[in-house]
Design a protein around this ligand. Sequence first.
Ligand code: SAM
Length: 262
Amino acid sequence: MTRTAAEDQQAWNRYWTRWAAEYDEHQLSRLSLPGEREAWSRAFGAALPPGTREVLDLGTGSGNVALLLAADGYDVTGIDLSPGMLAQARAKLAGHPHPPTFLEADAANPPFAQASLDAIVSRYLLWTLRDAPTALRRWHELLRPGGVLVAIDGQWFEPEDDGADGNTAQGVPAEADAPVDAPAPATPRQEHFAEAYDEAAVDQLAFARAGVERICAAWEEAGFVEVRADPLPELLELDRVHGVAPGHSPQLLHRFSARRGD
Ligand SMILES: C[S@@+](CC[C@H](N)C(=O)[O-])C[C@H]1O[C@@H](n2cnc3c(N)ncnc32)[C@H](O)[C@@H]1O
């Protein structure tokens, strides 16, 4: 049965909430390994110009990027639509030297004033967007002139140019932090992912199957300047050294970045 857009969103929120604790446990175990925090801090920090203060983390999930950037001194707000993810994020606020704020809100239409942010960042959020052009234009409005948009993401589904049907070789969509050649889902979480993000749903997601060039073109169409996509081999190497979650394998991520023109 075809789901409406609202039903899709509810199914996705339920998925992220149900697996939030497991998701965060994996994220935290990776961040505790040598070089991980520093590498992620560099991956975002290198794209944030001097003078950046107010940062919005879209689809913050269990908040680890927001917490990392806040520890680096930025004033960070993280937003997400999954109450379970936000609960994981908020549970880590105590004792943080410069805590971020976490809010339940839609990344596609963040509740902020126009030209109020120095930077908008995200990790693993781009692929979840339904109406990417509208979201990109909205983010462009929220940035101050000269403000930056930075998104780190990977290619989690069969790319559109392959004429693929959106499924993995095993007939089930890869999980959002899994490569396209991942083994067949075996865990309840992977089965739930395949149900929440079934082929019809993934077809609604503007960037889920998009390559780097198409994503960059969409950013330019939204008005951004100095659009670039940098591969992040340092993070790939850490995946290889430290290993990845069950059913996953190392994947080359890209950092997309751009500026709102003055
Ligand atoms: C793969 S997780 C990434 C979480 C986090 N950014 C990280 O790097 O660990 C994707 C997150 O995006 C959130 N998300 C997806 N669509 C969203 C939307 N429209 N508004 C807010 N959050 C959204 C999900 O709830 C989930 O927490």
